[in-house]
Design a protein around this ligand. Structure first.
Ligand code: BG6
Length: 298
């Protein structure tokens, strides 16, 4: 749909507006009294969230691609139907195909102080080239003084399938070396820096002194990102999600990524709401599963 058709069918004065976003990609601005979020139809990708009276919560790389078929570096990428390089074939795209595809707008709305947009991606010949699952995937973004991003996957085919998934939120921080994350004490994690190992988090908060790439499993606790440099705390609460990924590439990996500035790594950390490894989700025909991330600032 063209932008004027999107505005005609789904625009709501002062609440939802469609306009060209970065790279000219179609983008919705969703505004509630408590804040504003922007969402690309490409990847159903939340590119920004500004709670009223606060600094931007989400981080976006100045080197990101904004092109059809390429992932966006920052915001909230949707990883589906697999996480990382666990796709069915050697050339399966990293983190699945959902973030590479153009989604359709299904509905928009304003309910009290909540402004909302729902986007949908259906299985088609393109997705079946990569993966045979017959699915409907919905991403609902609800904006208020918190940001809710909810991903519903439904098996609309006749065969069961197993998915791994993540809402890969990039959070803006003053300096990664000064922040700490609580909420994962005692949780087991897969550490993928260097040789992959299983470890267990102690009682201490997570602090950062080098490349960090951890998939915490069997944990549903909310995480709190304490950033004294910015004088704020970001909370990432989740439901329908039993895994949490914590990632910062640090300098050497940053330098190897062509869509990430060499000097950008101190300014972000990912806390990803996920179901991966032990927490992969199997959906029988007709079954649906919803995973939600709620991001708020104090
Ligand atoms: C994280 C992974 O979720 O995503 C990292 O744990 C990965 O290993 C990162 O490097 C970014 O992935 P991509 O495909 O967006 O470069």
């Amino acid at each position: 749909m063209e932008l004027d058709e999107l505005n005609y069918h789904f625009g709501i004065d002062g609440v939802v507006e469609f306009a060209p976003g970065p790279g000219g990609l179609a983008q919705a601005s969703v505004t509630a009294p408590g804040g504003t979020a922007t969402v690309l139809l490409h990847g159903a990708h939340v590119t920004g969230y500004w709670p009223a009276g606060h600094e931007p919560v989400l981080w976006m790389s100045r080197r990101s691609w904004f092109e059809p078929g390429k992932p966006v570096r920052g915001g909230v990428p949707v990883c589906f139907p697999w996480f990382s390089s666990t796709g069915p074939a050697a050339d399966s795209p990293h983190h699945g195909f959902a973030r590479l595809r153009e989604w359709e707008v299904e509905s928009t709305g304003l309910d009290g102080d909540l402004a909302e947009i729902t986007l949908v991606l259906l299985a088609d010949d393109d997705t079946r080239r990569y993966w045979l699952g017959q699915f409907e995937l919905r991403l609902r973004v609800t904006v208020s003084e918190t940001l809710s991003v909810s991903l519903e996957a439904e098996n609309t085919g006749g065969e069961a399938f197993t998915i791994t998934e993540a809402l890969h939120s990039y959070l803006a921080v003053s300096d990664i070396r000064g922040v700490r994350i609580t909420g994962l004490a005692g949780a087991e994690y897969v550490d993928t820096v260097g040789e992959t190992t299983r470890r267990r988090q102690g009682d201490e908060p997570i602090r950062f002194a080098g490349e960090t790439d951890r998939a915490y499993v069997n944990t549903e606790s909310a995480c709190v990102l304490d950033d004294p440099g910015m004088g704020r705390r970001i909370t990432v609460a989740q439901s329908g999600s039993a895994s949490t990924v914590v990632w910062n590439p640090w300098s050497a990996k940053a330098a190897r990524m062509s869509d990430y500035g060499d000097d950008e790594w101190p300014g972000m950390v990912c806390i990803e709401t996920a179901n991966i490894y032990d927490n992969a989700v199997t959906l029988a025909p007709g079954e649906a599963h919803t995973m939600e991330a709620r991001i708020g600032v104090e």
